[in-house]
Design a protein around this ligand. Structure first.
Ligand code: SF4
Length: 394
């Protein structure tokens, strides 16, 4: 049965731009979001939510998850957060047991903000730590230090968050596998319920991409592979399930929002640069996707003109959706349910890719068992190549 879309709200403000960041966000400085900017932002969100709720009223039901991402949602401050939440609740229903996540950065995750967030119904905190080593944090251009991460964790616990995730990055300039494992041990000592560990990507146009010394100090492929494999082992031995290439959780604490995205379920996104994907009748094999302008003024103008959902629209064919479904499912340790995939998209991977699957199996990179196709951990290391080979060879 088709589930109601999950909800995502993008907050496009950050205190300063991190050196590696290619996400859309506007640096607002230490004073935070100016009142006039916040007023316009909330008004545009209100206009966008009204139109989307109206246009998709047949598909919308109580959402199982709401995710405030960014950017830096915690930078909205207690009053701004309350205003944005009021917009969401005025136009969308949330399930009684909905997972409601706030992404926060340590420097703006103040005790007051966190208490307000809990009172507003947020029950999960995703904290952008990125490292617990001050040299790494400086190299990344983060505006906080490791102590601020610890302080934010304890403030979150004091505010009543019992579901807390830390985001970390490995493969940093000058980082060794030993140093990465030391960071992971410090993270585990903070007892988060969830850990996201992404390899550093060098995105064109960022300050990092233009820093020859930093690029020369990046760990080589072997060192990065060792960080991935030994990091996963460390976290598993500390009781975390490795449930997606880059994500680990205590039992029962997987991120519902991300899991829904990896299952290819519908999502309605609000805010600049937010992406929405909605299934189309009759069976959801085809879909509609739209991407909001990654520009504050352009998004505000569009939303305030009542044209939410009209920019960056593309209809997704069944074939495109089938490819995405394979790509997303193979990121997870649950893997791809091949019978469900066949029923939805008419593709029978075990037959259509029998030779390749056999090769992957013999190389120890993938496994087809109990009706599911999964990558092994070694396969996860080369997942992009496997997915390309599985899905894009004609
Ligand atoms: S806090 Fe996040 S979104 Fe903001 S600049 Fe840094 S990496 Fe980018």
């Amino acid at each position: 049965m088709r589930r109601p879309p999950t909800l995502y709200v993008h907050t496009p403000f950050c205190r300063a731009k991190c050196r590696y960041c290619a996400f859309f966000s506007t640096p607002v400085g230490a004073k935070g979001v100016a009142p006039a900017v916040l007023d316009r932002h909330v008004a545009a969100l209100e206009a966008e939510a009204r139109v989307l709720a109206q246009n998709w009223r047949e598909a919308i039901g109580p959402a199982a998850s709401l995710f405030f991402g960014g950017g830096t949602p915690s930078l909205l401050g207690p009053a701004g957060l309350a205003r944005v939440m009021a917009v969401v609740r005025a136009h969308f229903l949330l399930a009684d047991d909905a997972e409601i996540t706030l992404e926060a950065n340590p420097e703006s995750a103040t005790p007051e903000l966190l208490h307000t967030a809990r009172a507003l119904g947020f029950n999960r905190l995703s904290l952008g730590a990125q490292s617990l080593d001050d040299r790494d944090l400086a190299a990344l251009g983060r505006v906080h230090d490791a102590q601020a991460v610890e302080d934010a964790v304890w403030s979150a616990r004091a505010a009543g968050f019992d579901n807390l995730g830390l985001d970390l990055i490995f493969g940093l300039p000058g980082q060794t596998p030993t140093a990465w494992l030391a960071t992971l041990r410090k993270a585990v000592a903070l007892t988060p319920e969830h850990l996201s560990c992404y390899g550093l990507g060098v995105e064109p146009g960022t300050p990092l991409a233009a820093d020859a010394a930093a690029l020369a100090a990046l760990p080589n492929d072997d060192a990065q592979a060792e960080m991935f494999l030994s990091g996963a082992e460390l976290l598993e031995s500390a009781g975390y399930e490795h449930y997606e290439i880059s994500n680990f959780a205590r039992p029962g604490r997987r991120c519902r929002h991300n899991a829904s995205c990896w299952r290819g379920e519908d999502v309605l996104g609000l805010g600049p640069a937010a992406v929405s994907t909605m299934s189309l009748p009759p069976n959801g094999a085809r879909g509609l996707r739209w991407t909001n302008p990654p520009d504050l003024n352009a998004w505000e103008a569009l939303a305030l003109a009542g044209r939410a959902g009209s920019a960056g629209r593309e209809e997704l064919s069944s074939r495109v959706r089938a490819r995405e479904a394979v790509m997303l499912a193979l990121r997870t340790t649950e893997g791809l349910d091949v019978a469900a995939h066949r029923a939805r998209f008419g593709e029978n991977l075990p037959d259509e890719r029998a030779e390749l699957l056999d090769q992957l199996g013999r190389a120890g990179l993938a496994k087809l068992a109990a009706g599911r196709l999964r990558l092994t951990r070694d396969g996860m290391l080369v997942s992009n190549g496997i997915i390309r080979a599985l899905e894009f060879e004609e």
